[in-house]
Design a protein around this ligand. Structure first.
Ligand code: IMP
Length: 188
């Protein structure tokens, strides 16, 4: 089985991505590399730079993810700044920004960048949904308790990893990555 290095310190991301990779016969292994964070509105660009940097440090092909929650009523905020916004104002801060707002649609986006001798390739996945009125559930991480995916009444934090992986932005990006590897790393 082929081993794939995944540069992350987030055990939830590893758990979600790991399941998809194992389903397609890959073995994920985490590596600890300081993440190079360039500023861009495009999480694909952020992930690509971080992956190229991680490859230059490790000298081995490596996968890096950048993800974010884009809230339509806030012009896509927090988007690429999701991690910082989560650490600073948190779930309650986000809910406060949406107090009295009825248009609560949002999109979770994931960009998985794989850097190696071929350069870097990026795979994107997204899931549409809406922001709940209050946090619900205790599974998962980050904004999971306030995100209700389309067609479901529960938040991501009220789902098992298996359920979340059926529809999540991360799992969708990961499946594209698997297809690319299986197809013999053909240029995109
Ligand atoms: P980064 O990809 O590590 O820069 O983190 C993006 C931030 O977006 C995380 O810290 C979370 O707050 C949030 N985020 C990204 N993906 C998810 C998810 O699947 N569930 C909940 N929050 C997420």
């Amino acid at each position: 089985m082929e081993e794939v290095l995944f540069a992350t310190g987030n055990r939830h991301k590893l758990e979600e991505l790991g399941r998809v990779l194992r389903e397609c016969g890959l073995v994920p292994r985490t590596v600890d590399v300081a993440k190079l964070e360039v500023q861009s509105d495009d999480i694909g660009v952020v992930a690509a730079y971080a992956a190229v940097h991680a490859y230059s440090v490790l000298g081995r092909p490596v996968l890096v993810e950048d993800a974010g929650l884009f809230v339509n009523a806030l012009g896509g905020f927090p988007g690429p700044y999701s991690s910082y916004v989560y650490k600073t104002i948190g779930l309650n801060g986000l809910l406060k920004l949406l107090e009295g707002v009825r248009e609560r649609t949002a999109v979770f986006r994931s960009a998985l960048a794989y850097a190696g001798p071929w350069g870097v390739v990026v795979f994107k996945g997204e899931v549409r949904g809406r922001i709940a009125e209050e946090p619900r559930g205790s599974a998962g991480f980050g904004f999971d308790p306030v995100f209700i995916p389309e067609g479901v009444e529960r938040t991501f934090a009220e789902m098992s990893t298996e359920e979340k992986n059926r529809i999540s932005h991360r799992a969708r990006a990961a499946r594209k990555f698997c297809d690319w590897l299986r197809g013999g790393r053909k240029p995109l």
